[in-house]
Write a protein that binds this ligand. Structure first.
Ligand SMILES: [Fe+2]
Length: 458
């Protein structure tokens, strides 16, 4: 059996990481190699600083090979626990960074590479397979589709093309389905931050095609929600609001027609409410990136992808949200504040800078707005004005949230605990989200939100 390069895993299903040409993976104390690689070498790498440095950098090496037929892996150190559950671990992330014409893209613009680890603890077998997600962009950029030759033609939001068209290239949005993977309702979906998910066969990893989760392609075909969707609008001076309405009205056809952006930008981070058996997702409006007003539409699906409820909130802030949280009665958003960068916008138009250069973090406030959005009409009826955020006392850029839950305080009121990672705005830069090994300044944070008093302690 041929040796198959394997990719490193991420501790959870979601990953921005990438396969490298190494034939081993360490996870939870188990060291696994493909059978051929294990036979070829008995050297076990140690976790030195140097090894960790190269380990990290090799994450960003392109993977040209696929592994459509499952290959068995051998355990070379430790053992699979006897009570380890049988099942399949799916891992996605960017797999292709450099093409054959001189262009290297940002990891967030790398084509999605899906891997499957099928565990059979009874007989100690682990089967591995891997394929690229056959998105429309992947088919176009991989030539005849067999991956023998690659030419990047889309700029991608975070990248600059060296070998492709720069000025006037409006092919910015590139759905590479590389950000997260979801198993729900009998389907396997690969998600991206800004477009519809792609459905993949959970056994063969063959791409089945785009999955119209939000019903944007034909809303008449979707069953009506059991609760009526409820649009919400914040209180703002009417003239300012009217101006934003006009700007949004003008921007939408440009973003859709010229830049091929869907009207709703689905976030790749989803949540599962096990108590209610629901899948929770959120989408923003396409124009939110450019305007000081953010539209958040939360969707809750049952186990069959039927829409249970949809709630919409308009927040008077220019925000960029990647991850979020929920509790029994609220959706929780940490407001990462952004602003338009005019010089950066002009450079982006020339093609010498990525399109994301049009945005910059907005450090004008030293606090962080935390929005608690009512998940149900009952939660909304408690009277708190959800459009006014609770301000955390320090400035934090939040990327990922671990958990959130509610608890009753000693006065009988509601408190919310939020576990998240964050960093100061001075440490966050859109261009340098990867590659600054050894200088990470992120912190794990626990926020204690006192809802009635509208205060937060860290
Ligand atoms: Fe993420």
């Amino acid at each position: 059996m041929a040796t198959q390069p394997m990719a490193p895993t991420h501790a959870v299903v979601h990953s921005h990481h990438v396969p490298r040409r190494r034939q081993c993976v360490r996870r939870r104390g188990i060291f696994i190699r493909s059978a051929a690689a294990a036979a070829a070498s008995s050297v076990v790498p140690t976790d030195t600083l140097s090894a960790a440095f190269w380990d990290y950098n090799l994450l960003f090496r392109s993977q040209r090979d696929e592994c459509p037929d499952p290959v068995p892996l051998g355990v070379t150190e430790g053992a699979i626990p006897p009570d380890f559950p049988a099942g399949t671990y799916y891992l996605t992330g960017p797999g292709m960074f450099s093409d054959d014409h001189g262009s290297t893209v940002h990891p967030l613009d790398g084509h999605g590479y899906l891997r499957s680890f099928r565990f059979h603890p009874g007989d100690g077998r682990v089967l591995y397979s891997a394929r690229y997600v056959e998105t429309a962009a992947k088919r176009e950029e991989s030539g005849d589709g067999d991956g023998a030759s690659w030419r990047f033609t889309h700029r991608g939001p975070f990248s600059v093309l060296q070998g492709g068209k720069k000025v006037g290239n409006v092919k910015v949005m590139k759905n590479v389905a590389n950000t997260s993977v979801l198993r729900w309702g009998g389907r396997l979906l690969c998600l991206w931050e800004g477009g519809e998910p792609y459905e993949v066969n959970p056994c063969t990893l063959k791409t089945l095609g785009p999955f119209d989760l939000l019903g944007l392609a034909g809303s008449d075909d979707k069953p009506p929600p059991r609760e009526n969707a409820s649009a919400r609008r914040t209180q703002r001076p009417w003239l300012q609001e009217a101006g934003l309405d006009v700007a949004a009205h003008l921007l939408r056809p440009v973003l859709s027609g010229v830049f091929n952006m869907p009207g709703k930008r689905l976030l790749a981070h989803y949540k599962v409410d096990p108590r209610r058996g629901r899948l929770l997702m959120v989408a923003c409006n396409a124009e939110d990136m450019l305007l000081p007003r953010s539209n958040f539409t939360f969707y809750e699906f049952d186990a069959h992808f039927d829409l249970i409820q949809k709630r919409e909130f308009v927040v008077p802030d220019h925000l960029m949200i990647h991850d979020w949280a929920f509790t029994d009665s609220h959706y929780v958003l940490l407001g990462n504040k952004i602003k338009l960068d005019i010089p950066g916008s002009l450079l982006a138009v020339t093609g010498t800078h990525p399109m994301i250069a049009a945005l910059a973090v907005d450090p004008s406030k030293q606090s962080t707005p935390v929005y608690l959005l009512p998940r149900s009409p009952e939660a909304e009826a408690r009277g708190r004005d959800w459009s006014v955020p609770i301000e955390a006392p320090s400035q934090m850029w939040s990327v990922h949230v671990g958990n959130a839950f509610e608890e009753e305080n000693r006065r009988g009121g509601l408190d919310i605990r939020l576990h998240m990672s964050g960093c100061s705005y001075q440490w966050f830069h859109f261009h340098r989200m990867f590659g600054n090994f050894g200088t990470a300044q992120k912190q794990l944070l626990i926020l204690h939100l006192h809802v009635a008093a509208r205060t937060i302690t860290e």
